[in-house]
Design a protein around this ligand. Structure first.
Ligand code: F6R
Length: 249
């Protein structure tokens, strides 16, 4: 795991954007894995700024999002489908046919999960996966206890996750109880992973990721077994980490 230590959220977002843009520019065909939530918003803003200024094209780029709430249609303002259009897709020239988000409204959700992994496989896998981390160590919506072998599946959201995401809804009662998420195994098949971590709320998670054991009780710990992970973390997120030398190994 390689660490890039940055000053703050803004620098994290710009460094991540520069990294992602270098991949977009050097590839003829690129498949991205994308995340939602607060963490990647600055990255997406930086990509939009670049697109407006430099016209970097995404015509050769496909994307697969990590997750979606079950029960929310794409029109719902809190669906991740809506988030992605609003925060990125409608501002750049990516072909909407090439953007993929699991459907939380599929009639047969199990079939939707299987079809999603198959679609990723047919695309040749994910070249670069962007990840955020939950304070309980979740990646995607893989909550503590999720088997490391899991493929795309349906999850019951942890109460702490619903509380963390309630900020986007009128009340916690409106936060869906279930989601569809790429599994740990689906994520680990990505050729390369970029994990973004910012702020005080992620200090304990960051410490466990670096210093803790690899365990299904802390899903992100599996990233220590991936061969090509870069963590871009800001000073606040790193404040509790003593063993920084454990990174960059
Ligand atoms: C979102 C996702 C989640 C978030 C995590 C952190 O697609 O997969 O794992 O990355 O919940 O959320 P924020 O960035 O809002 O702190």
């Amino acid at each position: 795991m390689k660490l890039i230590e940055v000053k703050d959220y803004q620098e994290m977002s710009q460094v991540a954007a520069d990294y992602l843009l270098s991949k977009v520019k050097e590839s003829d065909k690129l498949t991205l894995g994308l995340a939602t939530g607060g963490t990647p918003q600055g990255l997406y803003e930086a990509l939009i700024n670049d697109h407006n200024k430099n016209r970097t094209s995404y015509q050769h780029v496909s994307s697969f999002n990590l997750d979606e709430y079950i029960g929310l249609s794409g029109k719902h303002p809190n669906s991740y489908y809506h988030y992605m259009n609003d925060h990125l897709f409608k501002h750049i020239d990516i072909d909407s046919e090439n953007t993929h988000i699991p459907s939380g409204k599929a009639v047969d959700l199990e079939k939707e999960c299987e079809a999603y992994d198959e679609k990723i496989r047919l695309h040749g896998g994910i070249d670069l996966q962007i990840l955020g981390i939950g304070s309980n160590g979740h990646i995607g919506f893989n909550e503590p206890g999720t088997p490391f072998e899991s493929n795309t599946h349906i999850v019951e959201l942890a109460e702490s996750t619903r509380e963390a995401n309630a900020r986007y809804f009128d009340s916690i009662d409106e936060v869906p109880a279930q989601a569809i998420t790429m599994g740990i195994s689906s994520i680990m098949k990505s050729k390369e992973i970029l994990l973004l971590v910012s702020g005080e709320a992620k200090q304990v998670a960051m410490k466990k990721l670096v210093e803790g054991e690899i365990s299904e009780n802390f899903p992100a710990s599996i990233l220590n077994r991936h061969e090509h992970v870069t963590v871009i973390a800001d000073q606040e997120a790193l404040a509790m980490v003593k063993g920084l030398e454990l990174l960059n190994r």
